[in-house]
Structure formats: C-alpha cells, structure tokens
Design a protein around this ligand. Structure first.
Ligand code: IPM
Ligand code: MN
Length: 349
C-alpha cells in the first residue's frame, strides 16, 4: 500500500493535480497496485489565513509517505519569496531532495519551436543539484538603503553535495543506457572557485565510469546548443541556479511549460514530483490549463516508487494523445479543456 501525499497548492495547481490523480487511479486499477492519498493545504491561501508556511511537524508527517505529488506554489497576493522559500524550497531542503530531475523530451515535432527538429533530436535529461549553490540563501546587505549599499549572494558548494549529485548523474546516465554521454554544464572560465570544485569532482568520479563519455559545456553555450544542436545531449549535470535556468529553455523546446515535469529526488528518502510550470494565476479556475505536465509527474512518481511499468504506460498514453489529439500544448488552445485532456489520457491508458 503506497501512501501518496498530495499538495495541490496555488493557482492552477489544484486543477492539474485533479487530472494527475485521475490518471493515478486509472493506473492503479490497470496495474493492480494499491495506494492511499492525503491532501495537504500548504500554499498561498493557507498562508494568508494563518501566516503559516510549513512547520517542522508538517515535514515530520510528510516523511511517512512513499512520495509527494505537488501542483504549484506561488500566489499573486503574497510577496515573492515567502512561499517559494517557506514552502517549495523548505520541502526540497528539509526532505534532502538533492536531485532535481528534469527530462526534456519532444513528443510531437509539430509543437517544437525549433525548425526541423524531430523527437529523436530532443531527448535528454537535466540533473540539477537541488540543495546548495545560490539557493542556499547565504549572503547579506551592507549599508542597506544607502547609496553605498552592497548586497552579496553566495553560491555555496560542498564537496559532498557536489559529489553526490555528480554520482547520481553518472549512475542515471548508465541506467538510462542511451548515448551514455554525460555533459557537465558550468562556468569554469569565470566562477573559478565553485566550478573548479565541480570540474575536479566530475573528473575524479568519471574515472569510475569508463563506459560513460564525458563532456563539458559552459552554461551560456549550453543555451545556444539547446537551440542549435539539442541532439548532442543525453544527460546534463549542473548546479541549482544554472539547472533552474536551462530547464525553462528545455521546457520550451519540448513543447512548452504545459508538458514539462520534474522530480525532486532523495534517493534514500521521500521524493516529490511536480509540473515545473508554476501557478499560472491568469488561467486559474478556467479549466483551460494543460494538465499533461502534472500527469507526466505522476508517471515519474510511479517509476520512483517502483511501479515502473505503470509509469512508462502513463508516459506512453501522454505521447499518444499529444501525437493524435491535441491541437496545441498551450493553455486554452488544446482543443480540449483541462478535465477533457485528463479523460483522454485515462482512456488511452
Ligand atoms: C522551479 C521554480 C522554483 C526554483 C521557484 C518557484 C523557487 O522556478 O522549480 O524551477 O527556482 O527552483
Ligand atoms: Mn524554475
């Protein structure tokens, strides 16, 4: 019996989570596994009512679950930063979900903004470090509010943190068993402390993986290759900030935010799966948002808890409807409503 914690969150989160749960239910019937789910109300509305984001007791409770399914965090009436650090980053950090795994896969070339790129050209995975770097929240103001003000924001990289991320990426690349190529994406030419540590660690760990071809690309060049030659990539490993930035571009070349899912992974603990698109306030409550990213997140969740066949079947169903039914992957243009798209996936499954 799996225990799934559900955090619908803000904006369109609840709408897409509803469709994800429909697909989870259908998959459990088809593949014969059992689960129970519990919904938690963390997010903007709760914060506005109670002033609370996420307490230590909430974290302790979540640790009892097999996995977490998250909709979106971010509310127009809450100052930027409060919910992001108080809910989303707190979940990632306190559950030590040190990997953010973001597949970039084109399901239907019609939805690709790049000319002449086919599904086999856009099929790679970004392994984003998810617990350190610029996201650590280190830094300070000096002389705040004066004309001599200085703000520092520190990128914090530990050998242990970097090494566990790089090892995960090598293992993942081997298990994925495609082109067996791992690219380190960094900025060794300017950020000479952090990326020296990353590069040294990468080179050392690489010695244990003779079957994996290694490569290096600066982050700025990486964004260029994503557009020019995405077929060069198989697995990319990078730090928290660069991973955040390049995966938004990755989402666009796979067809947009409507289809991009990710997993916040603690290989030894509780992992959390989410559509990466955010809360999309302007589409909230209209039944027009694309739920496929959330449904793909359910597919990743299933693979993570050990229901691999079910996970693959969910992704295959998404691929089928993206290739044969949807007019667009963008909100309001799909040719179907949010709930109809969920129904299509269930039927296809
Ligand atoms: C993401 C988001 C988050 C991040 C924000 C909402 C804190 O952009 O998951 O990519 O920066 O990690
Ligand atoms: Mn982001």
């Amino acid at each position: 019996m799996y225990k799934i914690a559900v955090i619908p969150g803000d904006g369109t989160g609840p709408e897409v989570v509803r469709e994800g749960l429909k697909v989870l239910e259908a998959a459990s019937k088809k593949f014969g596994f059992k689960y129970e789910s519990k919904t938690f109300d963390f997010g903007g509305e709760r914060f506005l009512k109670t002033g609370k984001t996420l307490e230590d007791a909430d974290i302790a409770e979540l640790k009892k679950y097999s996995a977490i399914f998250l909709g979106a965090i971010g509310h127009p009436d809450v100052k930027p930063g409060i919910l992001e650090t108080g809910v989303l980053l707190k979940l990632r950090f306190s559950l030590d979900q040190y990997i953010n795994l973001r597949p970039v896969k084109l399901y239907n070339p019609v939805f690709c903004p790049l000319k002449d790129k086919k599904p086999e050209d856009i099929d790679f995975v970004v392994v984003r470090e998810n617990s350190e770097g610029l996201y650590k929240g280190m830094g300070e103001f000096q002389k705040k509010g004066t004309k001599d003000e200085v703000a520092t924001q520190i990128s914090y990289n530990t050998r242990k943190g970097v090494e566990r991320c790089i090892r995960y990426a090598f293992e993942y690349c081997r298990k994925r068993n495609r082109r067996k190529k791992l690219t380190l994406c960094g900025k060794t030419n300017v950020l000479t402390y952090a990326w020296d540590l990353w590069q040294r660690t990468f080179n050392e760990v690489a010695k244990e993986y003779a079957d994996i071809t290694t490569d290096y690309a600066h982050v700025d060049a990486t964004t260029m290759w994503f557009v020019k030659n995405p077929e060069w990539f198989d697995v990319i490993v990078t730090d928290n900030m660069f991973g955040d930035i390049i995966t938004d571009l990755g989402a666009m070349i796979q067809g947009g935010m409507g289809i991009a899912a990710g997993g916040n992974i603690n290989p030894e603990g509780v992992s959390m799966f989410e559509p990466i698109g955010g809360s999309a306030p302007k589409y909230t409550g209209k039944n027009v948002i694309n739920p496929l990213a959330a449904i793909c997140a359910i597919g990743m969740l299933l693979e993570n808890i050990g229901e691999e066949k079910a996970g693959v079947a969910v992704e295959d169903s998404v691929i089928r409807i993206v290739r044969t039914k949807l007019k667009s992957l963008a909100a309001g243009k799909m040719g179907y409503s949010t709930s109809e798209v969920g129904d299509l996936v269930v039927r296809s499954l």
